[in-house]
Design a protein around this ligand. Structure first.
Ligand SMILES: *[C@@H]1O[C@H](CO)[C@@H](O)[C@H](O)[C@H]1NC(C)=O
Ligand SMILES: *[C@@H]1O[C@H](CO)[C@@H](O)[C@H](O)[C@H]1NC(C)=O
Ligand SMILES: *[C@@H]1O[C@H](CO)[C@@H](O)[C@H](O)[C@H]1NC(C)=O
Length: 637
């Protein structure tokens, strides 16, 4: 059968039309997908969450069903919209049926922390939660992948842990800019006391305002600091590269060389509309002043042939090596990338050596490259066990190196901004919103989140958990996680818990691991004094109290008080033969000066240590004590 010319033409036209429609459709879907990714990432950032929700709403209305699960997730965390746990609990079950990855994550978080209010045991809830996190992971939700990876890591299954962290890391690395170093990021605690010694704290609004004022009056260093804060974004101060550039510009005009490099880097990393000529000018000026960062930036420009500079690896290596000699992390990273590259002069081994330092310090891109390098070696390594006296598995050892690096990258994903968002919620009094965010981060293994979640449960969760038991179960869970992740305050809390349960041996172990926290040292001394968990030893306890006061100035007051009490005990024992450590009246005395009371006002003191009422308090307490002792005497006679 022959087709007429006309019908061939028509057929052709029809074909073209269909193709265009299909292409349009796939293009539309691709565009949606991209928009959805953007919107989901926006949910993690406090400043952008509302716009993320608006975009998701639009996508949902135009028929992108996946967006519903993301909206539900936003409602669960209270990010970009009002939190509503009951609605979420109802709707997520239905969405889970439809198989949305994020719906499984939502369901998992609800179950893991008993928000579905089912009369189930902890074990059972944990297993069901893990089941949903696992499905979320399999369906490609990076949050689920991280939770699952953590589960395998704790079980000692390195391969599975690495596999899941790697998946999340691959997703995360795309959004992570090359200068990010995780260890210098500020991780806010809701309680000031929880900051480990020397850890960076977010600037208070007053400090920030003060710096901004200094900058306004032309202080270049202050302008640089404000610019740096705005560029990285810290809790309470939203990231704003354009504003950052203005401050950095001002600082650069005041001859601040760090600001010149920082501003140049905003251009080089395309965080503002890049102007490579401007960047080069800044770098050259900073270079003349001998600023190390300028050499790295210049190396980067040669390495990638940015602006008017032609790509020139010899020049790049020259400048990067100067920076490397000065210990600049990013230079180590870039030099490694050149060595590992196809036209670099080195090989992967050289690159690995260079990346090891910045990776160990938390430089995310170095960690990622290094993890990939180890994994490549793993694939080549013989899987058999070598017998060399003791047996060890090459592949297992490489996994042990690669897995924590992938973890570092995975933890640096955009979702890490939920930590700041939660902190801001807490500051605005939105405790339940903060709690849900911290609980998710805690499930994902962020150690600061364990402590913050536990604090919020202890102090603000009574509306969430009507059931007293459910609440204390959750509190214990979070403190246990905190302790397991090495948090001193976690150990202290578990020590207290076991102390009240009269399990003194366990209490002592936890107190001893509480990293020299004054409250823990105090409890240990107290236990020695009263013979709890060991034989009572008056003098040893005294020494312990004294050394505590020497180590921690802020413990001076409770220690003085305690030592005074011990003197009275000793005096009564020696002169009247009343051993207050043995008499039944103990209970009263303890009730009066027991650890909880002391803890209460020591904790107040630690917060408010310049209070001038100490002596009054001491006297009042001693008076009450003497009164009790008189009562005891009367009873004895
Ligand atoms: C910056 O340095 C230049 C050249 O060294 C100098 O002329 C200028 O006065 C300096 N500006 C400030 C604000 O210190
Ligand atoms: C979960 O909550 C319910 C109701 O509030 C309670 O009966 C149950 O004991 C809780 N489960 C756990 C493990 O705390
Ligand atoms: C109290 O006195 C008794 C008997 O004199 C003595 O054995 C005991 O060690 C004394 N206790 C303290 C704490 O000094």
């Amino acid at each position: 059968m022959y087709l007429s010319k006309k019908s061939i033409k028509l057929l052709g036209l029809l074909l073209i039309l269909v193709c265009t429609l299909v292409r349009c459709e796939t293009q539309q879907i691709a565009a949606w997908r991209q928009q959805k990714n953007y919107a989901v990432n926006a949910l993690y950032r406090h400043a952008d969450a509302a716009s993320g929700v608006a975009l998701l709403q639009k996508l949902a209305d135009s028929g992108v069903t996946e967006a519903h699960a993301d909206l539900l997730f936003a409602r669960l965390l209270g990010t970009g919209m009002t939190q509503d746990l009951e609605t979420v609990a109802k709707d997520s079950a239905a969405l889970v049926q439809e198989g949305e990855a994020r719906a499984h994550t939502t369901q998992a978080l609800l179950l893991a922390h008993n928000f579905t209010k089912e009369p189930k045991e902890n074990e059972e809830l944990a297993i069901e939660a893990l089941y949903h996190y696992t499905i979320a992971a399999v369906k490609g939700d990076p949050l689920g992948e991280i939770v699952l990876a953590g589960h395998y890591a704790r079980k000692g299954d390195c391969d599975s842990a690495m596999y899941n962290y790697k998946k999340a890391a691959n997703f995360a690395i795309r959004e992570i800019s090359e200068e990010i170093v995780m260890s210098v990021e500020v991780k806010p605690y809701v309680y000031k006391e929880d900051y480990p010694k020397g850890a960076p704290k977010p600037p208070s609004p007053i400090e920030f305002e003060y710096l901004a004022n200094l900058a306004r009056y032309g202080d270049a260093q202050a302008a640089f600091q404000i610019g740096a804060v705005l560029s990285s974004g810290v809790p309470g101060v939203a990231k704003d590269q354009k504003q950052a550039a203005i401050y950095l510009q001002q600082a650069a005009k005041g001859n601040n060389t760090q600001a010149m490099v920082a501003l140049a880097n905003l251009h080089l990393h395309k965080m503002i509309e890049p102007n490579y000529a401007e960047a080069l000018k800044l770098i050259k000026t900073a270079f003349q002043y001998g600023e190390v960062g300028a050499m790295t930036a210049l190396g980067r420009m040669y390495m990638y042939g940015l602006g008017s500079l032609r790509r020139n690896l010899v020049e790049a290596i020259h400048f990067l090596e100067i920076s490397v000699a000065n210990g600049h992390l990013e230079a180590l990273y870039l030099l490694g990338v050149i060595y590992d590259g196809p036209d670099g002069p080195g090989n992967m081994e050289d690159a690995i050596r260079l990346w090891e330092i910045p990776a160990s310090l938390g430089h995310v891109h170095s960690a990622f490259r290094l993890a990939e390098a180890y994994r490549k070696k793993m694939e080549k390594a013989p899987a058999t066990t070598l017998k060399l006296g003791s047996s060890y598995d090459v592949s297992e050892r490489l996994c042990q190196k690669a897995m924590p690096l992938y973890r570092l990258v995975a933890m640096a994903g955009e979702w890490r901004h939920l930590m700041e968002a939660a902190y801001l919620d807490f500051n605005s009094g939105l405790h339940t919103q903060a709690l849900l965010k911290y609980l998710l981060l805690s499930d994902m293994g962020y150690s600061e989140a364990h402590v913050n979640a536990a604090r919020l449960i202890d102090n603000h969760a009574d509306q969430v958990y009507e059931d007293e038991n459910a609440m204390s179960t959750q509190s214990l869970l979070s403190w246990k996680r905190a302790a397991n992740s090495g948090s001193p305050v976690g150990h202290l809390k578990l020590g207290d818990l076991y102390y009240y349960r009269q399990d003194f041996r366990k209490a002592i172990t936890y107190y001893e691991n509480a990293g020299d926290l004054p409250e823990a040292l105090f409890s240990l001394a107290y236990m020695v004094e009263w013979g709890e968990g060991s034989l009572a030893n008056f003098n040893a306890a005294k020494t312990m109290y004294e050394s505590l006061a020497e180590k921690h100035g802020e413990a001076q007051f409770p220690v003085t008080l305690t030592l005074a009490r011990m003197e009275i005990f000793l005096f009564l024992n020696n002169t009247c033969g009343i051993d207050l450590y043995k008499t039944p009246v103990n209970d009263y005395v303890i009730a009066l000066i027991d650890i909880e009371n002391l803890e209460n006002f020591t904790s107040k003191l630690f917060v408010n240590s310049d209070s001038s009422n100490w002596d009054l308090l001491v006297m009042a307490l001693l008076l009450v004590l003497i009164f009790f002792m008189l009562v005891v005497r009367q009873n004895n006679h």
